[in-house]
Design a protein around this ligand. Structure first.
Ligand SMILES: Nc1ncnc2c1ncn2[C@@H]1O[C@H](COP(=O)(O)OP(=O)(O)OP(=O)(O)O)[C@@H](O)[C@H]1O
Ligand SMILES: [Zn+2]
Ligand SMILES: [Zn+2]
Length: 801
């Protein structure tokens, strides 16, 4: 007997474990781990999907096992590595294993697609029997078991292959076309029936007769031949032709970049490359942290180490933040490795994405570049994993499963015995601290390429009378610098910092930001309460009318939009060509790339935008970067506020003066003395790191403490709060005295879709019972599902809001 362990697609706590099913003899040669199957579940005739995790010969189950109904995939869609990973991930992220399994598959495989069986050998007698002259056959649920078995045997004998075909609206264009069932003789008869003054009809029928080999013919083609819709309609009415829809496959557009070759490395680069290559050669699952200033040439280090892996017939995986997955970055990789590269990003239609996934899965590519979810790319024999801009919060998924790509990378590296390279000019404090302890190996790159100096940064104190007197958001100094850049035909980047925007209060006279007396994070305004509130401990107070520090009345909510700023720039510099990049201008597919190309081709002078323009960009003609409002990030109601500010300012400044012209940066702020701003101005990561570590230590935050965020929601606010307090009591019993419990407090938007959200923060160093307790809590809350509670657990949250 063969028994399959199956994870079923019923995302509840009770079903979050493998269920055993009998593999009926007709499927015994078909079912393999990693395939999806359809199984009966529960009472009644309900059929659900599941993933086969394991096959075995015995079962402890006393009764009669239900049989697997049918297989959905004719080949495994997940490897054994991925199956293992899903177990680990589910446990680590407190999510259902079924969600983890599904997360690993490309979107389309969760939706609709066809499987085609294609003969590799047309002359084979069994193939002839199966295909009966057809090019391929589609696998359907009606197919007999016998046929499925035959297909499976042929597949094993390598006589057929199975291809997934996506029914994809995005990558296919539907067009109208005409076709006819009439033969030339019938058509001529029809023509003879036409009146001689029916000129349009005559023309159409003649055209049809001449082009019978080209059917169906698109309406657009006909129209260019001077045949109009009316004529087609009439012909349709007279049964001469019919109008049909045809689909045309859209080829992904993209220019193949010019082939590049290895650059001669700088001293620092070659030291980095040597260390990493050595780890690749000796198959060491070691983690490197490259702390390299902006423009130090980290990308070339990535490329040359990837090259080593590829040369040794291994594969390499490189993650970049979605937003820096620009053509510039992609071209650098494809320019070096050509068609050995697969690129995964959200700009692809799901069909294109699926095609890339297939190329990876069947071993046609050796290098994968992609955003967060590319960490699940089905690569075999991985020799190197790279995470660029490793500090980026976007590497953590916001929804279930709340995984961090870095954790998954480290897990996979251990499986494959390969090094991981984390790179950044501004590493996350966690990673830098791990390097301090020797868990990661630190590689420093302190110099820019070609002896270029770091840009010259000036901090503008917006509290100064000269600056506060200006109408609008641009200080006289920034105005002057912009004007000079234009005159020299160079380019500028203007950053409007929108993070944390307008929910906090700041005094425009003295820069004072209203903070929580207990938690050292800023208070945020809760519209529904009309009060200022702390997201950590729940402390609340009235909205102040005057500044508690200087008693000025200029305290208020603070912020300008990009459109407004664009208008100000236009008024100030009417001759300047300005590109605006924000959520509004980048909504359409490809818009982001288009704007960057326009700027790169120097068809604009100023690129104005939000966070999305701050990192990764490498434009040689940019000599000025202006940050309009450095303070907004600083006022995030999150203990990472200073870290985020430092990172943003350093990264943004790093866009200036990367080639042979030197760069200038202007940072406008109301908090010129803040260490995050001062250290960013001199691009001094190490000094910032020390200061920030000291403060984190004082306040018991990461990386000195682990953090887990637990949020609970329900339609009724009283119920939510009650449940939150119950949760807190549960946790208290399981935790030692050294753990810190904060809350319950309402989240930033405490009411979403008519549900109330409260959260509890656990800070701890070593709590062996916590994990089990959290699983129990999830379980208990699930049992209460009828009452409509949702509990979410976020391990090491990236934002607390
Ligand atoms: N060895 C080299 N010789 C000449 N030019 C180089 C070399 N290495 C890198 N460069 C060039 O230096 C510039 C900066 O390199 P790169 O973009 O990799 O910097 P980075 O370290 O990734 O910086 P950031 O963190 O700001 O993105 C690029 O234009 C790159 O082509
Ligand atoms: Zn003040
Ligand atoms: Zn507080």
């Amino acid at each position: 007997m063969t028994v399959a362990e199956v994870i079923v697609d019923v995302p509840t706590m009770q079903t979050n474990r493998p269920f055993e099913y009998d593999v009926p003899s007709n499927l015994s040669e078909v079912v393999e781990p990693g395939m999806r199957v359809e199984v009966p579940f529960g009472r009644g005739k309900r059929k659900i999907q599941g993933f086969v995790m394991k096959l075995k010969n015995t079962s402890d189950f006393k009764g009669k096992l239900k049989p697997i109904d049918r297989v959905i995939d004719l080949r495994p869609v997940l490897s054994s590595e991925m199956l293992d990973l899903s177990s680990w991930l589910a446990n680590r992220t407190y999510s259902f294993q079924i969600s983890c399994l599904q997360t690993m598959l490309p979107n389309v495989m969760r939706a609709k697609y066809h499987q085609l069986v294609i003969p590799k050998d047309d002359d084979d007698s069994e193939n002839q029997k199966l295909f009966q002259g057809q090019d391929n056959i589609e696998v359907t649920s009606q197919m007999s078991d016998e046929t499925i078995r035959l297909i499976n045997r042929l597949k094993r004998q390598d006589k057929v292959e199975i291809e997934y075909v996506v029914e994809n609206k995005a990558s296919q264009i539907k067009r109208q076309a005409i076709t006819t069932t009439l033969n030339p003789i019938q058509l001529r008869e029809k023509r003879n029936e036409l009146r001689s003054n029916a000129k349009a009809q005559l023309k159409l029928v003649n055209y049809l007769i001449d082009n019978l080999n080209n059917l169906p013919i698109e309406l657009s083609t006909l129209s260019s031949e001077g045949i109009n819709r009316a004529a087609i309609k009439t012909a349709e009415k007279n049964d001469i032709l019919s109008v049909v829809e045809v689909t045309k496959r859209r080829k992904p557009v993209g220019v193949t970049p010019e082939k590049t070759t290895k650059m001669d490395l700088s001293e620092e680069q070659s030291q980095a490359v040597d260390q990493i290559n050595q780890a690749i050669d000796s198959k060491e699952a070691k983690t490197f942290l490259i702390e390299g200033v902006t423009g130090s040439g980290k990308t070339e280090v990535y490329l040359q180490t990837i090259d080593r892996a590829v040369t040794e017939n291994k594969t390499a995986l490189m993650l970049v933040p979605e937003i820096s997955l620009t053509p510039q970055m992609v071209n650098r990789v494809t320019g070096r490795f050509g068609n050995k590269v697969a690129v995964l990003h959200s700009g692809l239609s799901s069909g294109e994405r699926y095609d890339e996934w297939t190329r990876i899965e069947n071993g046609s590519v050796q290098v994968v570049v992609g955003a967060r979810s590319a960490i699940f790319a089905p690569l075999k024999n991985i020799g190197l994993i790279i995470i660029d801009e490793e500090h980026e919060a976007s590497y953590k998924q916001d929804d279930n499963p709340r995984y961090h790509a870095r954790d998954v990378a480290l897990w996979r590296a251990k499986k494959h015995n390969c090094p991981v390279v984390l790179g950044s000019a501004t590493p996350s404090l966690e990673s830098r601290a791990r390097a301090q302890k020797g868990v990661y190996q630190l590689i420093n790159m302190k110099k820019r390429i070609n002896q270029q100096p770091l840009p010259h940064v000036q901090i503008v104190d917006m509290r100064d009378s000269e600056n506060s007197a200006v109408k609008g958001d641009l200080s006289p100094l920034l105005q002057d610098k912009l004007w000079r850049v234009l005159k020299r035909h160079e380019q500028a980047i203007i950053l409007l910092n929108r993070r944390g925007y307008s929910s906090f209060m700041m005094c425009r006279e003295c820069g004072f930001v209203l903070k929580c007396p207990n938690c050292d994070v800023s208070l945020t305004y809760h519209k529904d309460l009309g009060k200022m509130k702390c997201h950590y401990c729940g402390h609340e107070e009235e909205v102040p009318e005057t500044c508690p520090q200087c008693h000025s009345k200029k305290i208020g909510f603070y912020g300008t939009g990009t459109q407004n700023l664009e208008r100000q720039l236009n008024e100030l510099l009417p001759e300047a060509r300005i590109l605006r990049m924000d959520v509004d201008t980048t909504r359409r597919k490809g818009a982001h790339a288009k704007i960057l190309k326009q700027f790169g081709d120097q068809n604009a002078d100023i690129l104005l935008g939000t966070q999305m323009i701050a990192k990764g960009l490498d434009f040689p003609n940019v000599t000025l970067v202006g940050v309009v409002n450095a303070d907004t990030t600083l006022s995030l109601s999150d203990y990472r506020a200073s870290e985020r500010t430092f990172q943003l300012l350093t990264q943004a400044s790093g866009r200036a003066g990367r080639a042979d012209k030197s760069g200038n940066v202007i940072i406008q702020t109301f908090n010129p003395d803040h260490y995050a701003i001062k250290d960013a101005a001199v691009q001094d990561y190490e000094t910032f790191y020390k200061q920030e570590m000291y403060l984190r230590h004082q306040a018991n935050y990461t990386p000195y403490y682990f953090t887990t965020l637990i949020s609970v929601s329900h339609k009724d606010e009283g119920q939510t709060l009650k449940q939150a307090y119950w949760l807190k009591r549960q946790l208290t019993t399981a935790l030692s005295d050294s753990a810190i419990l904060l809350g319950p407090s309402p989240t930033m938007v405490s009411r979403k879709q008519n549900k109330y959200y409260y959260q509890i923060i656990v800070k701890y160093k070593h709590e062996p019972k916590l994990h089990q307790k959290l699983l129990e809590i999830l379980n208990d809350t699930q049992a209460d599902t009828k009452k409509g509670f949702t509990v979410a657990i976020d391990n090491e949250p990236q934002h607390i809001d």
